[in-house]
Write a protein that binds this ligand. Structure first.
Ligand SMILES: [Fe+2]
Length: 314
């Protein structure tokens, strides 16, 4: 079947102790593993594979790679064949390149972001198990995020010189990885420039999103919460822990997500995102936001953009 869902994000952090404290105490993740190179692996309570976030020591913030899980090991070969057909370079990293993880297919998106696919990661189970599970575990910390939900990547967009890596990524994800377009922002005098694309491979409004900007980067890493009340509680946790909040709780027009944006201690933007929004389906008509309504698309209540939100990324 190909790509199942998001698997993990590998993030650069500048102060490992502060980063681990943040992802454990603010998001509510648990450290499941550390390796000799000093990388730390964490998972959310409602995830069953060994990790969904890798923190790697660095002198700057940003994304190393994002990985998605495929259903079967042979899917990696089928996808590699498609990449080769399109002239996209790829390589297979042997099992164990990342601990507790099978072989990985590594390639770059048209935007330059590194992507990896894998079929196997050590199964450890959710915090409540799979037999007669309770709805949540007793030792939840912080926001108690359920799972890593999606990433938003900034992709080079410069219509004057004909560069649009948002549109190229969207095509690539459709063609190679069988994602489908759920929502988009169209701009320009003829409204024919795709400035943002929200794409899914499951039934959530987005499993990955691309937004145009001057250079490639990571805009945010998002974690799922159940409800609007959980978003409020997450903001309370951030107030208590003096976390730098970027955008206080609000709702997106795009995806209908209930959201709060904040930064980890290195400056990587996080989001906690609540509510399914709607059930996305492959035959659902694509939702289009027009240039004059971008503000409402991003922040539905105020209808206006926050400069730090659009200009700051890692
Ligand atoms: Fe998001």
């Amino acid at each position: 079947m190909g790509v199942l869902r998001i698997g993990h994000a590998s993030l650069k952090v500048m102060d490992m102790a502060a980063a681990v404290k943040h992802y454990e105490e603010v998001l509510g993740m648990k450290t499941t593993m550390q390796d000799k190179a000093g990388n730390v692996y964490l998972k959310c309570w409602d995830e069953w594979d060994k990790y969904s976030i890798v923190l790697t020591p660095s002198d700057r913030a940003g994304l190393n790679h994002v990985a998605y899980k495929v259903e079967k090991d042979e899917d990696l070969d089928a996808i590699q064949a498609r990449l080769t057909e399109l002239g996209v370079e790829s390589q297979v990293l042997p099992e164990g390149t990342l601990p507790a993880t099978g072989r990985m297919l590594q390639f770059n998106m048209p935007s330059g972001h590194e992507m990896r696919l894998y079929a196997h990661k050590e199964f450890v189970g959710t915090a409540v198990g799979s037999t007669n599970p309770e709805p949540w575990p007793d030792d939840l910390k912080g926001a108690g995020a359920h799972w890593l939900d999606h990433l938003l990547l900034i992709c080079p967009l410069d219509p004057a010189s004909g560069v649009n890596k948002v549109a190229e990524n969207a095509e690539f994800f459709k063609k190679v990885l069988d994602f489908y377009l759920v929502e988009q922002i169209m701009v320009g005098p003829e409204a024919n420039i795709q400035a943002a694309a929200f794409m899914s491979v499951t039934n959530t409004p987005h499993d990955i999103a691309f937004v145009g900007g001057p250079t490639a980067g990571l805009h945010h890493v998002s974690f799922f919460l159940d409800s609007w009340h959980d978003v409020l509680k997450a903001a309370d946790v951030m107030g208590k822990k003096k976390v730098r909040i970027d955008v206080a709780p609000t709702r997106h027009g795009i995806t209908r997500g209930e959201t709060i944006y904040f930064f980890d201690p290195s400056g990587n933007r996080n989001e906690t995102f609540a509510g399914l929004g709607y059930l996305a389906q492959r035959d659902r008509p694509v939702t289009t936001w027009t240039e004059d309504q971008i503000g409402s698309g991003i922040f539905f209540h105020t209808g206006s953009l926050v400069p730090s939100f659009t200009d700051v990324y890692t």
